[in-house]
Each structure stands twice: as structure tokens, then as C-alpha cells.
Design a protein around this ligand. Structure first.
Ligand code: ASN
Length: 596
């Protein structure tokens, strides 16, 4: 019952100035919500009989006592526990950018050492994110380091049309020990997931944020345990958090987020070594095997003087097994530059580019499970860059300074020569130009700016992106264009507004519909406050306003501040046409829910 839920905002504003401490957020400062899925790993382990094993129901209690990871005073003053109905919600101290990150920990049972994880565990994580997607701004997954690169890769493929950050992290030393890396890793992951709309499955470790499907564990003992050999980090968190927005992958879609938990288990990794017998290769490739990552030498080479071996590989690809060629080297890509590499292409292998074996394996598992695709389509998909897991020619897909003639000309006239200054000019000029184009509905201008290398997702000094502007103006075509070029429906401007709230405010129904289709939604607080807004629209007979709020996802039965619903208010003021309209809207809505 929404009536009995304590209202945190009212409580906060009713604090006297004496009660208020510096740690209480100033009015208008944003709050964001992060869901932490604790799956296990060293971060929450303790010693039992001299070996480390996960300890259940201990993490939240221990975090509560750490001031850098929980602000108890703020929690008390804002009735945090009552509001979220659980003791598992914690709040970080105010961030540098004046943000409060409230995080809720969902602990798995049993907690696992990641060496014990299977594809079923990936499915569970995926489902939990899907279930809670609308309620949180970002997600952190606490996970053991041993198989974190596999889980991160798998989730990157399973999460289709992702629009919010998912950050995996863990530690090499338990958080309960005096000197550990768990606190820093958790804090960094929360700050990123709660403050930046990076629509990727990422891995955060030792001050760096990596694309999840690019990492591999390279050190069993050091805090610096992961490497992303073929892609620079997406962000570094040192004195400040600095995001490399040019590298961030974008979904380019108007489709809603969904998680595909279907995975094919008949996949495997086979590493070539000098003298490998054709017998063991044949045994490995036997049914039910359907997909194999062959880890080859150097730039994708195998012996070209071993017809026995090549015949086994060819027989397998002829019978429908997909074999992907990845290099054993930590860094670099496969290419058919040697005769010893070309023979593998002739045997029907697919070039895996610079994919890590972890990424190639989980991609195979994801692609092979696609029931609607035939073998040819699956092979084609394996060769495509689905989530930034392999390098392709990035022209046009990435902001590229060398392409940006317009910005270069300006830089030249200002006598600017170094890369950093050039980038600063580009970042300063891009948002006003793209926002101006969005304001007048000029898709061609946006296209031209994009061709020149401009990132259409950057926000201006108020954090307003071209999508916010187009949503205000009701330019449906521009909204469509921006969404299919990577714009995010979840970005909030400095006032906390999303493109959806802008489109509702200016009543652009078609834009609201398209944003909703893409997965945009109001926050929990906005939905709770919608009751009062609906009542006032009902009282003034504003049918148009009621319809747009309904399209935007408001619950027409939600009561206003005095406990009355919009229908009751309309009845009280004798607005029969409003009552009829609301009843009709509610009927339509329940029908679409059934159809969905
Ligand atoms: N064995 C542990 C795990 O993967 C290692 C760690 O988390 N550092 O769960």
C-alpha cells in the first residue's frame, strides 16, 4: 500500500537545520540506486580450517560499519531502512559530484567460489538483472576473480539492448582483512554504476573499468589481477573518475532490454601445442560438440605440414561444428598473413579477430543457442562484432579526431596542436551543435556532425543530450535517429530529468511511445508522485494530460497525497467525461498488459 510507505523526502525536508549534518544531501542533489548481486568470491570469504571459503550473511553487517561505504546518519535521517523495507540497503557518503548512491545487496545462497560457477549461475544473474532492471540505475555483481572474465563475457552477450551499467567486481583479499582490495573495488564499482550511464557489462578492478568481454585474469596473486590486452580501459578511477566516452559501446537500438538465458553447453576450448595428435583432436571434436575455440599460435597459425590434423578440423566443420580461430597470445589478432594461417581458413574455421578465448567461448554458447538461426546465420553472427568484443574498422562507429575536419579547422585557427587541447575543443563544441540540430529537428545536420566524428550522446553544460532536446521539441524522426545511433534513454540532466519526463512535460505522445518501447521508464519516486499529478489533471478535466501520463507508464489507480485516486477526484467534482475517459484508459491498459 503506497499510503503506508514512509516518505523519505518529507522527512528530510522536515529536519531542522540543527538536525541536519553536512552529510545530509542538499536539496536537489541527486540520488541514484544500485543493485548489488553478491554471488560470492574472495571478497566475502573467511578462513575455515586454514582455507578460504565464502561466509554467508556477513557482508552487509560489515559494510554497515565502514564509513566510506555507508553513511549511517544519512540513512537514519532519511528513513532509508523503512523506505526500502530492508536492512540490506546502504548509502554511500556524498560523492564529489553531489550524488548519493543508495545500494541494496541481494545475497545469493549458496555463495560460490567462482570456480564452482556454471552457465546456470550466469542465467540466474541475468534473470535477476532483468527482473530488477526498471528499479535501479545500475548493477554491481560481486564475483570471484577466477572465472569473472567468463561471466563478464557471457553476460555481455546475454544482455541484449543494454542501456544501464552492469559492473562486475571482487577482490584478491577478503574485505574483512586489514589490508585488502575489496573496499576500493566495491567503492569504485558503486561510484561508476551509480553515476555514469555506461551501457555495457564491465569489469572494475584496481582502479580501472574494463569492457567485460575484453578481460582476462593475468595474475593469481596481485591486486592488479586483470588485463584488457586489446582494448584500453573504459575508465580510470584515480583522483577523479575519467571515462573514455569514445570507447564506450552503444546499443544503437530502439528495442527494449532483455536477457537471453538460453546457452549452448556443447562448446569447448582446445589449445594447439607442438605434436598434438590428430586422435586427441578427433576425440575432442566428436558429437555432441557443436562449437570450439581453437587457440592457435601467433597471428592464428597452425602447422601446414600436418594433413592428418587439418583433415580432422575440416571433417568437423563439414559436419556443422563451428570452429573459431583465436590466438594463444595475450595481445594481438588473428590474420591470414601466413601460409600456416591460411590453411585453417581453408579448413572452414572462422577468424576470431582479437577476441579473448573467454569471449569467443561464451559468444559461441550464446550464438549456438539461437533457435531461429540456421548454421550459416550463426557463422555469420560469430564473425560480427556484437558487443565490442572484437576490433572492427571503427570508422564512423567511434569519435575519431582524424576524421573531424570541422574541429581540426577550428583547432588550426586557434593554433592548437596537442591532442588533449584538440579533444577539449571537440568536447566543448559537440554538444551545442548537436543539441541545436536536435532542437530544429534537422536529421541531416546530425548525420553530418556524426560523419565529422561527433559523439551524438554527449550532454551540454546542463547534462542535456540531443535526445533530451528532441524529446522536448517532439521531433520523432530525430528521436528515432538518435536512438539508433547510440543515444541513451536513461541519461538524466542536472535537474534529474530524462528524455521521457521531457516528452511527457511537453506532451509529445509519439515520442513518449517510442521512448517507452526502447525501455524508458519513470523512477519509483516519480511513479509514486504521479498519483497527485493524475488527481490534479482529473480535477481540471485535462484528458490529454491523463492520457500522456498513462502512456508514460503511470498507474491510474495510484492515489494522490490525500489517498484519493484520479477517478474518485473526478467523481467528487462531477466531471463525468473524465471518469468515463479514465475507465476507458484503464480498460485499454489492462488489455495491452495482457497482450504483452
Ligand atoms: N577463488 C576465488 C574465486 O574466484 C578467487 C578470488 O575471488 N580472488 O571465487
Amino acid at each position: 500500500n503506497p499510503q503506508v510507505r514512509p516518505c523519505r523526502r518529507r522527512k528530510l525536508s522536515s529536519c531542522s537545520s540543527v538536525e541536519r549534518s553536512d552529510s545530509v544531501t542538499s536539496p536537489g542533489a541527486g540520488e541514484s540506486r544500485v543493485l548489488v548481486l553478491n554471488t560470492g568470491g574472495t571478497i566475502g570469504m573467511t578462513l575455515h580450517d586454514n582455507v578460504l571459503a565464502p561466509k554467508a550473511n556477513a557482508l552487509v553487517q560489515s559494510l554497515r560499519k565502514l564509513p566510506i561505504l555507508h553513511d549511517e546518519l544519512y540513512a537514519q535521517q532519511t528513513s532509508l531502512y523503512e523506505y526500502y523495507g530492508s536492512e540490506n540497503s546502504l548509502v554511500l557518503p556524498l560523492s564529489k559530484s553531489n550524488k548519493r548512491i543508495i545500494y541494496t545487496i541481494m545475497e545469493y545462497s549458496p555463495l560460490l567460489d567462482s570456480s564452482n560457477m556454471t552457465t546456470d549461475d550466469w542465467g540466474r544473474i541475468g534473470k535477476d538483472i532483468e527482473k530488477n532492471y526498471q528499479h535501479y540505475d545500475g548493477f554491481v555483481i560481486l564475483h570471484g576473480t577466477d572465472t569473472m572474465a567468463y561471466t563478464a563475457s557471457a553476460l555481455s552477450f546475454m544482455c541484449e539492448h543494454l542501456g544501464k551499467p552492469i559492473v562486475l567486481t571482487g577482490s584478491q583479499v577478503p574485505i574483512y582483512e586489514l589490508k585488502n582490495d575489496g573496499r576500493d573495488n566495491l567503492l569504485g564499482a558503486l561510484l561508476i554504476a551509480g553515476q555514469f550511464v555506461i551501457p555495457e557489462v564491465c569489469l572494475y578492478f584496481y582502479n580501472k573499468l574494463y569492457r567485460g568481454n575484453r578481460v582476462t585474469k593475468v595474475d593469481a596473486g596481485s591486486f592488479n589481477a586483470f588485463s584488457s590486452p586489446n582494448l584500453a580501459p573504459l575508465a580510470t578511477a584515480e583522483v577523479d573518475i575519467s571515462i573514455n566516452w569514445d570507447t564506450v559501446w552503444r546499443a544503437n537500438t530502439t528495442a527494449k532490454f532483455q536477457v537471453s538465458t538460453e546457452l549452448n553447453r556443447n562448446v569447448g576450448l582446445l589449445r594447439l601445442f607442438p605434436g598434438i595428435t590428430s586422435l586427441s583432436v578427433r576425440a575432442f571434436l566428436q558429437p555432441p560438440m557443436q562449437g570450439v575455440v581453437l587457440e592457435t599460435y601467433g597471428s592464428g597459425n597452425a602447422p601446414d605440414n600436418r594433413p592428418d590434423l587439418l583433415a580432422e578440423l575440416k571433417a568437423a566443420t563439414d559436419s556443422g561444428v563451428i570452429i573459431v580461430n583465436c590466438t594463444q597470445c595475450l595481445r594481438g589478432t588473428v590474420s591470414a598473413s601466413y601460409a600456416t594461417g591460411k590453411v585453417l581458413m581453408d579448413a572452414g574455421l572462422i577468424a576470431g579477430g582479437d577476441m579473448t578465448p573467454e569471449a569467443a567461448l561464451s559468444k559461441l554458447s550464446y550464438v549456438l543457442a539461437k533457435k531461429t538461426l540456421d548454421l550459416q546465420a550463426k557463422k555469420k553472427m560469430m564473425a560480427q562484432n556484437l558487443r565490442g568484443e572484437m576490433n572492427i574498422d571503427l570508422e564512423g562507429a567511434k569519435l575519431c579526431l582524424s576524421n573531424s575536419r570541422f574541429i581540426q579547422i577550428i583547432a588550426k585557427s586557434l593554433s592548437i596542436s596537442c591532442k588533449e587541447e584538440l579533444e577539449a575543443i571537440r568536447d566543448a563544441l559537440t554538444p551545442p551543435l548537436t543539441c541545436a540540430a536536435a532542437r530544429i529537428g534537422d536529421v541531416d545536420a546530425l548525420e553530418a556532425l556524426k560523419e565529422m566524428g561527433s559523439n551524438l550522446c554527449l550532454g551540454d553544460y546542463d547534462g542535456r543530450t540531443p535526445l533530451h532536446v528532441a524529446a522536448c521539441e517532439g521531433h520523432l524522426k530525430v528521436v528515432q535517429y538518435l536512438l539508433s545511433h547510440g543515444a541513451s534513454v536513461y541519461v538524466k540532466d542536472r535537474y534529474g530529468d530524462t528524455p521521457l519526463s521531457n516528452a511527457v512535460r511537453f506532451r509529445h505522445k509519439d515520442v513518449v511511445k517510442l521512448l517507452r518501447k526502447t525501455g524508458a521508464h519513470f523512477s519509483r519516486d516519480q511513479l509514486e508522485e504521479a498519483g497527485t499529478e493524475l488527481c490534479s489533471l482529473a480535477a481540471s478535466g485535462d484528458l490529454d494530460g491523463l492520457e500522456i501520463w498513462c502512456l508514460a507508464g503511470a498507474d491510474l489507480n495510484r492515489p494522490g497525497y490525500d489517498g484519493k485516486t484520479a477517478v474518485e477526484v473526478a467523481e467528487a467534482v462531477n466531471k463525468k467525461e473524465v471518469v468515463a475517459f479514465l475507465v476507458q484508459l484503464m480498460g485499454k491498459k489492462s488489455m495491452t498488459v495482457i497482450a504483452d
